[in-house]
Design a protein around this ligand. Structure first.
Ligand code: PEP
Ligand code: MG
Length: 326
């Protein structure tokens, strides 16, 4: 089967009814780009920039400098040869601690993580924004903000992007003035207040890993509650479907970049909800593409609508399995 899959590398991801799907890679470091391309990635949908900030205990500077970050972002942009690269700003805290943090929160997943941490450390955030903006002079870059839930956080982020641009202009440095800025939808409150997001953002990306963690109130790294981690819980399906629909109505792109995007058993369900952009671990790309090539949305879409109206969980599981055989 592996040989056959590798033949799909250059095949466009188009469903049987002719719908074009975008397949993107999740990366941790620029060195992951060649593998992503080798798996047929059409771009990077999630560059988890925190990996540049982690494991630096042996180094003199715990935080990578603007130039150091810029070089890494540019390296990814150049490696992707003109394909878009979505760089997520620092998503530190909880399961990804920054070495220098002294204070340990009692509930790190609910604490000062990701954008909350960045807004509390404006110089650190501005430094990263400038580094990302400078990389945008070398190819298509999209800026993605994690863990947003409040409108003032969105507005502060956008104001700081403008501030970083002004600083670069003053320094005579180039950047893409029209860079797209998007939000991760990974807190239930965000999925339940989509109008304020679509009004301000150029795109959305659903982080199902955290969305499941926060919606079902289960720590995603605690094995004792791992059996409660359920992507098919009706609440999760509703939040994902609502986010995709809100983006479609507003005419902005919506991707899924959590683990659900790379699960071939869920590909049809997500397509049926209207998802047209998937970002996943490169190793999953060709299997998901194979699934897409075998799909006919004219049957899957109405079936998925039925699933979204189904209230009994066991019936949902069965119906999702049924999607595989139509
Ligand atoms: C997610 O939460 O689904 C996601 C893609 O981000 P991370 O796994 O890095 O938190
Ligand atoms: Mg997340």
């Amino acid at each position: 089967a592996r040989k056959k899959l590798s033949k799909l590398k250059k095949t466009p991801a188009i469903t049987r009814d002719g719908t074009v799907i975008t397949l993107l890679a999740n990366i941790e470091l620029p060195d992951d780009c060649p593998h992503a391309l080798d798996c047929g990635a059409e771009g990077v949908g999630l560059f988890r920039s925190e990996f540049l900030f982690m494991g630096r205990s042996g180094q003199a500077h715990k935080i990578p400098s603007e130039d150091e970050q810029f070089e890494q972002y540019r390296k990814a942009v150049v490696a992707m040869k003109g394909r878009p690269v979505t760089i997520r700003t620092l998503d530190i805290g909880a399961d990804k601690p920054l070495d220098q943090t002294e204070h340990t929160a009692l509930n790190p997943a609910l604490g000062l993580r990701a954008i909350r941490y960045c807004l509390a450390e404006p110089q650190l955030f501005l430094t990263q924004l400038r580094a990302i903006l400078r990389a945008s002079a070398f190819g298509k870059v999209r800026l993605l903000i994690p863990m947003l839930s409040h409108v003032f956080e969105i507005d502060q982020c956008l104001a700081m992007v403008e501030q970083a641009k002004a600083q670069l202009r003053e320094a005579g440095q180039k950047y893409d003035a029209a860079i797209d800025v998007g939000a991760m939808i990974e807190i239930p409150a965000a999925a339940l207040s989509l109008p304020m997001f679509v009004k301000r953002m150029n795109f959305l990306s659903i982080g199902t890993n955290d969305l499941i963690q926060y919606t079902l109130a289960i720590d995603r790294v605690d094995y004792e509650v791992a059996h409660l981690y359920d992507p098919l819980h009706p609440a999760i399906l509703q939040l994902i479907a609502m986010t995709i629909s809100a983006g479609m109505k507003a005419g902005i792109d919506v991707a899924v970049c959590g683990e659900m995007a790379g699960d071939v058993k869920l590909t049809r369900l997500l397509l049926g909800m209207g998802l047209r952009e998937f970002s996943m671990h490169p190793a999953q790309l060709l299997s998901v593409k194979q699934e897409i090539l075998n799909c006919d949305l004219t049957t899957i879409t109405p079936q998925t609508r039925k699933i979204l109206r189904t209230t009994e969980p066991h019936a949902i599981v069965e119906a999702v399995q049924q999607l595989q055989v139509i």
